[in-house]
Write a protein that binds this ligand. Structure first.
Ligand SMILES: Cc1cc2nc3c(=O)[nH]c(=O)nc-3n(C[C@H](O)[C@H](O)[C@H](O)COP(=O)(O)O)c2cc1C
Length: 181
């Protein structure tokens, strides 16, 4: 097969979101690994409710990307111990395209446990969508310590955590692409 297509879903639209800088680093690392990838930014799909999707032609583009993907990486912050509402609305706008595809989750938090509570809740959601959540996840705790004055996230802060997760996402993406075909 060609290189698997594994888009990165950025799960918050908050102005000033630090998760964006993290998602950019994740995209860079994935490109260095010669994975095909693309950014799916929830900010590009503003929805106030599930009803809004009826009006949104942009969601057609999202569904096309999901259908073409072999797996996913979600970069999302922990908000009050959960995932952002806009991420749930976007995920809920599609169903069939996710099935039998792996997903790795990167939790971003200014707190000390790196979004662990958000990740565990999101794993339940992606399971309902028939994705295959892989372990290990990536927990980015105290994210402000890893950012410079220009708002850039230091890849060194990740250690081997991101590569360890991407090893799993890529393995499942390749195996399941063959199985689905
Ligand atoms: C509404 C809201 C709720 C938050 N709740 C938590 C939380 O439960 N745990 C935590 O570690 N950080 C929490 N934070 C702080 C975020 O972790 C922090 O903003 C971090 O930079 C990641 O989010 P961001 O991508 O929006 O910047 C919260 C931030 C907001 C805006």
């Amino acid at each position: 097969m060609n290189e698997p297509l594994i888009p990165v879903i950025l799960g918050t639209a908050r102005p000033g979101r630090r998760s964006q800088a993290v998602a950019e680093v994740v995209l860079d690392v994935m490109k260095q690994r010669h994975l095909a990838t693309d950014l799916i930014d929830v900010a590009d799909y503003p929805m106030a409710s599930t009803a809004a999707e009826e009006a949104g032609t942009r969601l057609d583009h999202y569904r096309e990307l999901v259908a073409a993907a072999d797996g996913f990486v979600i970069v999302a912050p922990e908000y009050n111990h959960g995932y952002p509402g806009e991420l749930k609305l976007l995920l809920d706008s599609e169903f069939a395209g996710y099935g039998r595809k792996p997903v790795g989750i990167v939790g971003v938090a200014s707190g000390r446990i790196g979004g662990a509570r958000m990740i565990e809740q999101l794993q339940q959601v992606v399971t309902a969508l028939r994705m295959i959540p892989v372990l290990p996840s990536v927990n980015i705790a105290n994210v402000t310590e890893a950012m410079n004055e220009r708002g850039e996230f230091d890849v060194a802060y990740l250690g081997t955590a991101l590569d360890d997760m991407l090893d799993e996402v890529e393995w499942y993406a390749r195996q399941l692409a063959v199985a689905r075909s």
